[in-house]
Ligand binder design. Sequence first.
Ligand code: F6R
Length: 611
Amino acid sequence: MCGIVGAVAERSITAVLVEGLKRLEYRGYDSAGVALLDDQGVLQRRRRVGKVSELETALSSEPLPGRLGIAHTRWATHGAPSERNAHPHFSGSDLAVVHNGIIENHEQLREQLKGLGYVFSSDTDTEVIVHLLDHKLKSQPDLTAALKEAVKELHGAYGLAVISAKQPDRLLAARSGSPLVIGLGLGENFLASDQLALRQVTDRFMYLEEGDIAEIRRDSVQVWAADGQPVVRETVQYHEGAEAADKGAYRHFMLKEIHEQPKVVQRTLEGRLGSDHVLVQAFGPLAAELFAKVRNVQIVACGTSYHAGMVARYWLEELAGIPCQVEVASEFRYRKVVVQPDTLFVSISQSGETADTLAALRNGKELGYLASLAICNVGISSLVRESDLCLLTLAGPEIGVASTKAFTTQLVALMLLTLSLGQVRGTLDKALEAELVDELRRLPTRLGEALAMDSVVDKISELFAEKHHSLFLGRGAQYPVAMEGALKLKEISYIHAEAYPAGELKHGPLALVDSDMPVVTVAPNNELLEKLKSNLQEVRARGGELIVFADEQAGMRNGEGTHVVNMPHIHDALAPILYTIPLQLLSYYVAVLKGTDVDQPRNLAKSVTVE
Ligand code: F6R
């Protein structure tokens, strides 16, 4: 959450900073600001509440050119979204800081700094950083050395960018718990919290590691590691995915990302399937040896990624015969956990920077798990770097805040994990593995067929125009799919949605059902179908309106108050992936109907890097 961009160049970099912020806006968008050193050597700032476009308008009416600058788009943690709380924060008129993360000892530092005569002009934790740095500069006038001193007193998470009018030759960065990347140019260099912000200016990147401090000048970059020693971080050339920050012909990133699913699922499968089996080495050279020892699996994740883990639990137990537990990371990290012997710890995350998931992994490593595996969409993320094994989902950058293609590629990766564990441990029937490998190859085509129902789902969405509540039902591995469908609907359309295993309906939620409560159901053609049909009768008998996404062979028909959308037939094991598609489309079209901000829903942010 929150986004940082910085630059030091010979040309004016205001437009680069603003464009970078726009590309990061999906991470936080309640206020934005920029600080630049103008040609007279004066540090100037513009800040605006709301989206980056508000800042852009302010900058076009009152231009602010500069060759050294930092910028920020905020998702409020400490202090309401307001201009005074927007970054950059200043100490005096010479020193500016932008910050991602949370400083946990900010209250104590604030009291100390007030005692030293500093006056605070915001409610943020960030402002303590800039005053603390200013204080350090009094005894250590070199900005880089003073920053090294200041960060020693910060507890919590931070990605920082710092500039000073007194030392205009440099842009400083510090990373602890919040990612930062340096973009390398020719005679100019850049900084951002995500490389996506800088692809407009460079394709060469240097990722900072935990505890790093960097001094970025126009023609050089110097990095010091956590132990204070100079260190050279690898330069990575980035070729692919530059198109990701562009919506193309689509009205929203979310719709574009929904429609990308056949392609990215295909990419996630590429090079990982043999003729009739999964290539276990896709998980790394150590995987086969490690997987042979696995007797249990513990999955930890948040939000949509947690739902992917819930689906995987059905797969791991049913197909690979491995006991599996799944827990949301924010609970797992603070609970006393009893670790079963030979348990593989699996974390799932789109961003690989989610604070709770990372903390759970770090706790897990202390608890004696057999090994850790990250299923992640960002290869250079903290989660991947800190895990023993990883399998990347190759969804490409996801810009829409509501996760779509990341979820389906996570499911694909988790199916590969299930088949690999079953294969190595000899608990999965070889013929079934071959059948599922075949089905996986066909999956992108099936997803394309499901996406072709786009306009049918658009029409169905009209049923939600006046509704305030809804229920989502599923049985077996479709229950987490229903949970994901409900999460999508509530986060982008703001309609209250609850998911239940269909069999639970009569144990309470049926009391809510009436004609104002649409009930959405996913009904593949499996052994639970007849039971599900009875559950749906219970709804109809109470006047509830049913929207059923059903296998074309399930024999379900439209009727009064029952709207059936036929889905292409698919192997039951892969049905959770296919049935996710219409639920994503449904939430999208309902949100469009409601006129909400689909890609940047209120109160949310992409990549939750704070607790
Ligand atoms: C919902 C959504 C969130 C994320 C959650 C975890 O659409 O995107 O629920 O899934 O914040 O994020 P990652 O997967 O980056 O760890």
